[in-house]
Design a protein around this ligand. Structure first.
Ligand SMILES: Cc1ncc(COP(=O)(O)O)c(C=O)c1O
Length: 374
């Protein structure tokens, strides 16, 4: 169709056209940070469950017949694991965020969100009637100024952040933000997508200490299950009334077929492994890869290493060279990242051999030096 052709042509001209490419080479791109997506125990549990008669589809929405024992067991397990009164499982993290932000804040409320927050939060906010205000990334002073500006007009005030930012790999000053939320009687919503399974006590996320000290009274957490957890879906953890409200009022939850029961079963199995000595050793391996990457290439020391190359063309060109050397690393361009910050998003895993990391760093370094010299 003509109008789409035009847009696609423009994207090509700008070097922003995107196409689907199969995995190829050493993985420096996926979010399978702990190698759980290929775990033999998850494969075995899946085969046994299906052979034992587990249905492949849920065959209905959760409020109808699509609610199965696998969903219920996972939600009980996840609530206990994360220390919440209740948990609710969605088909994806995107759907969970969209549901949270389009349902909880209403026209009397306001949401203040970090400028680098994920698209799923922004889209949820667009579908909400609440006022939403952006604050400068990880800037506590700007956050407080925005809070002061809207506090008196908002019945309920929400603050939305990620605990590890998906494209920059930096953590936020979570405890200070939580303290600020308390001071201004706000609810903090933390997207733990890139922390769940990895950080906090046995992978419970970076909110763990806050939860242990204060519970979920001023907090809601989101844990995506397709990254370090290695399966798919999104878990929202909160006080019981918040979860019951989502079950009753959230359109993305109500008007959608439940996730496959198998998916819920595998998420629970993965959480069980992550809460064991094996989970500890996977995390230790990942942390030693992260430490070596930081020595070689800098960055924040988390498993996400942004290599900012500026122009789109440059990011695509460098990615191609590295792909030619056998590394599956991809160029990330606007609108996924701000204008002028096209980058390689190098994603590290417990399964990455240190020798390969060193070879990769050796190939990348000249480009980094050229960038610094420019
Ligand atoms: C911070 C953040 N939140 C939410 C999501 C969405 O999660 P999912 O991939 O499970 O839909 C992502 C995934 O890209 C993410 O990075």
């Amino acid at each position: 169709m003509l109008k789409y052709q035009e847009t696609l042509k423009n994207l090509k001209e700008q070097g922003r056209y995107r196409a689907l490419v199969l995995p190829n080479g050493i993985d420096l791109t996926s979010n399978d940070y702990l190698g759980m997506a290929e775990h033999p125990d998850l494969r075995r549990v899946a085969m046994e469950a299906l052979e034992g008669g587990l249905m492949s589809g849920a065959a209905g929405s959760r409020l109808l017949r699509g609610h199965t024992a696998s969903h219920q067991n996972l939600e009980h397990y996840a609530a206990a694991y994360f220390g919440a009164e209740k948990a609710l499982y969605f088909s994806s993290g995107f759907q969970a965020n969209f549901a949270l932000f389009s349902t909880l804040p209403d026209r009397r409320d306001a949401v203040i969100y970090d400028s680098l927050i994920h698209a799923s939060v922004r889209d949820g906010l667009q579908a909400s009637h609440a006022r939403s205000v952006k604050f400068a990334h990880n800037d506590l002073n700007d956050l407080e100024a925005k809070v002061k500006a809207v506090r008196d007009q908002a019945e309920t005030l929400f603050i939305a952040v990620e605990s590890v930012y998906s494209m920059d790999g930096d953590m936020d000053p979570l405890h200070d933000i939580f303290e600020l939320a308390q001071r201004y009687d706000a609810i903090l919503i933390v997207d733990e997508a890139h922390a769940s399974g990895i950080y906090g006590e046995r992978g419970r996320g970076l909110c763990r200490e806050i939860i242990k000290a204060q519970g979920y009274e001023r907090l809601i957490t989101l844990h995506t299950c397709g990254k370090a957890i290695g399966v798919a879906g999104g878990l929202v953890c909160a006080q019981a009334e918040v979860i019951d409200y989502l079950i009753n009022c959230s359109r993305p939850f109500i008007y959608s077929t439940a996730p496959m029961p198998l998916q819920a079963l595998l998420v629970q199995k993965s959480l069980e492994i992550l809460d064991s000595a094996e989970g500890d050793s996977r995390r230790e391996r990942l942390f030693s890869v992260c430490a070596r990457a930081r020595e070689l290439l800098g960055g924040e020391g988390t498993q996400i290493l942004p290599v900012i190359l500026g122009s789109d063309a440059r990011a695509v060109e460098v990615a191609k060279v590295l792909q030619g050397e056998g590394f599956d690393v991809r160029a990330i361009r606007p609108p996924s990242v701000p204008e002028g910050t096209a980058r390689l998003r190098v994603s590290l895993s417990s399964e990455l051999a240190l020798g390969e990391l060193e070879r990769f760093a050796g190939l990348l370094r000249p480009y980094l030096e050229a960038e610094q010299a420019a």
